[in-house]
Design a protein around this ligand. Sequence first.
Ligand SMILES: Nc1nc2c(c(=O)[nH]1)N=C(COP(=O)(O)OP(=O)(O)O)CN2
Ligand SMILES: Nc1ccc(C(=O)O)cc1
Length: 294
Amino acid sequence: MTLLALPGPRARVPTLEVGTRALPFGNRAYIMGVVNVTPDSFSDGGEFFGPRAAIAHGQELARSGATLLDVGGESTRPGAAPVSLHEELQRVIPVVEGLAQTTEAWISVDTTKAEVARQAINAGAHIINDISAMRFDADMARVVADHQVGVVLMHTAGRPANMQDQIPEGDIVEEVISHLSQRVESALAAGIARHRIILDPGIGFGKSVDQNFRLIAELGRLRTLGCPVLLGTSRKSLIGAVTGRPPSQRLMGTAATVACGIMCGADIVRVHDVSEMVDVVQVTQALCQMPAGD
Ligand SMILES: Nc1nc2c(c(=O)[nH]1)N=C(COP(=O)(O)OP(=O)(O)O)CN2
Ligand SMILES: Nc1ccc(C(=O)O)cc1
């Protein structure tokens, strides 16, 4: 069979190691299923708002093929207002506890608050997914370092309330690489091991539509920082900008970004529609000649 010109072997990045768990990268991509415990997330707000519904949803995503589950109690969509610490703890902690006890999935918590991170880790979380790359809370790096958990460092310009008014000018890929390499240095200086760091270009976070697409196409350049890369495009506005469809009708557009994202270097894809994206990931891996197993 003649193959298209496909990307060559991926640069090696370290295996993520937390406690007795290990997640090796390079031979396959992993699915992170989104578990939003919020009334106002942009595409599924209110659908799983409450511990019972959220835990059942997370369990279903894990059964469908999510290796990781990302539990979030605060929407970070453009224009979103912040949630109080008390409210976020009430939303997130019971769900982390429930999913850590009943699934084999890696549990990630989507928060920028160190206290939410600390309590979530005590409840069983393995990864802190911080859209601010540990900039919004001065205690975050210490909590991650002390507990030796994984961390996702994501690029964003500004805070969700105003990020779309602060779109960077110039080469967005250079901007993201330079920002994230500084955040990696800062994490290493705080005592966080390189093999616990995951990087993310922050699709939709303070970027133009063109910049979002460029970041997906050039994801491989981000991987040269020596850490695995997570890509979150699911149902987002860049897809709506092309198709004209609302979030509820962006499944096929999401599939296109997941397939291209993996071909361009994504190690983890963060998605809402796990069962559908399992097929997309498997076929893309076959095309990239990645072995199906570990
Ligand atoms: N690391 C990372 N975290 C994220 C990312 C992303 O791309 N990367 N996208 C999000 C937006 O999706 P969600 O469905 O959670 O929307 P919401 O912010 O409205 O809850 C929320 N969190
Ligand atoms: N948190 C986010 C939610 C949605 C989007 C988007 O649709 O572009 C971006 C960020």
